[in-house]
Design a binder for this molecule. Structure first.
Ligand code: DSN
Length: 435
């Protein structure tokens, strides 16, 4: 970071502090991860300078198939970014067994917007998972484009078991006849049955979209069922379990490919982020290697170990545990005397443990306060932590709960967390270089 240090000390200071925070804290945000140095390099490369509106192929007029031999860009000089985009597309297709991949969405939200517009029109009905039961803003929240443009019918989890109620989802589909059924979640700790959703969609004549952002890495490793064979369109981000750069991805059947491409560019975006597309290509290449499966298996083993250890420490978990990379602590309502999710998040922060408050199903608190804490293991697993460390982390979290108002005690936990994380170095050479 020597150029930043020389040119802009204020930005440099903030960036160095963030680097140290990532190194010294325990990162338990379920949607975060630490990318490889190769992905990091591509993200900070000269490819950021290039405009490349269009695609590295054109749609054949007669065949209706994409053709890499035909030039599909609106600018000259794209021959090298064509190569990185082709690599990203072909690797994404191989990784997920998809007929078509669009690697240009800047984010998961933009991937979702392009996917919906490819299949339905404003005013149409979407049956989707409610935010407070684990869904996502872009699945129909009134403050998102999705809730503004479409008629949303929400489904949730069963009281008690806190898992999807497929019979109820079917009843809602029959009653409301949605044009689109959407699944995928940002806070659902259980395996999703894509076959059941496809059957319901077929029964009511709806199209079926899956947002697999959270579980994409598990899917790539074959450790969660793959939605690609069942959904018309699958969207994802690339930076969560998939451990790539911050960005979006769309996979679809050939018959929707042209429409999806049109809705990404020019429908919802301009020039693609060529540096990020190169970083996606590298991350997909990493995910195709056997060691990626070993990593994802450890992510799941760690989540299970953390869940077990938290239950042993007296915590209640939504649905009792986890099948994937995340879990949700339910701290209970005000009557329990436990802190809210917001208060617990703040106390964890003071102890050097980064997590986020989250609503739990049937929460009585508002989303900004919430009664839950969401935890995930992708980032700590990337650092090399295993089951034994998950037990220690559960112990730290229990100590934080017991000392939620005691800043001195929280500062003491932070010191111990910092010593704990030094056993799993992450970017120590980057810190040394920067200082
Ligand atoms: N912000 C993401 C998450 O934390 O799950 C969803 O977009």
């Amino acid at each position: 970071m020597k150029h930043i240090k020389q040119n802009d000390p204020e930005v440099f200071d903030a960036m160095l502090n963030e680097l140290k925070r990532q190194e010294g804290n325990l990162e338990l945000i379920a949607s975060e991860n630490f990318v490889s140095r190769a992905v990091l390099e591509a993200g900070g490369s000269v490819l950021t300078n290039k405009y490349a509106e269009g695609y590295p192929y054109r749609w054949g007029r007669k065949s209706g198939e994409l053709n890499y031999k035909l030039y599909g860009r609106y600018y000259g000089g794209c021959e090298y970014v064509d190569e990185t985009e082709k690599l990203a597309i072909e690797r994404a297709r191989e990784l997920f067994g998809a007929e078509h991949a669009n690697v240009q969405p800047h984010s998961g939200s933009q991937a979702n917007m392009a996917a919906y517009f490819s299949l339905i029109k404003p005013g149409d009905t979407i049956l989707s998972l409610e935010l407070s039961h684990g869904g996502h803003l872009t699945h129909g929240h009134p403050l998102s484009f999705s809730g503004n443009l479409f008629n949303i019918v929400p489904y949730g989890v069963k009281p008690g078991a806190e898992v999807f109620d497929y019979d109820k989802i079917r009843e809602l589909a029959i009653e409301h006849k949605p044009q689109m059924i959407l699944t995928g979640a940002s806070a659902y700790p259980r395996t999703i049955d894509f076959v059941a959703f496809r059957k319901i969609a077929d029964e009511v004549g709806a199209c079926f979209v899956v947002d697999m952002a959270h579980i994409a890495g598990l899917v790539a490793a074959g450790l969660h069922p793959n939605p690609v064979p069942y959904a018309d369109i699958v969207t994802s981000t690339t930076h969560k379990t998939l451990r790539g750069p911050r960005g979006g991805l769309i996979l679809c059947r050939e018959k929707y490919a042209k429409e999806v491409d049109k809705w990404v560019f020019p429908g919802t975006q301009g020039g693609p982020l060529c540096h990020i597309i190169a970083a996606k290509a590298i991350a997909f290449g990493e995910a195709l290697k056997p060691e990626f499966k070993t990593y994802q298996q450890q992510v799941i083993n760690n989540a299970d170990a953390l869940a077990q250890a938290l239950v042993d420490e007296g915590f209640t978990l939504v649905s009792g545990g986890t099948d994937n990379h995340l879990l949700l602590i339910n701290l209970g309502g005000e009557e329990t005397g436990n802190p809210s999710g917001k208060k617990m998040e703040g106390a964890l922060d003071k102890a050097g443990i980064t997590a986020n408050k989250n609503t739990v199903p049937f929460d009585t608190r508002k989303p900004f306060v919430a009664s839950g804490i969401r935890l995930g293991t992708p980032a700590v697993t990337t650092r090399g932590m295993k089951e034994a460390q998950m037990k220690q982390i559960a112990g730290f979290i229990r100590e934080v709960l017991d000392n939620v108002d005691d800043d001195e005690k929280l500062a003491d936990i932070k010191k111990r967390v910092s010593v704990f994380t030094t056993q799993f170095p992450l970017y120590t050479d980057l810190i040394a270089d920067a200082e």
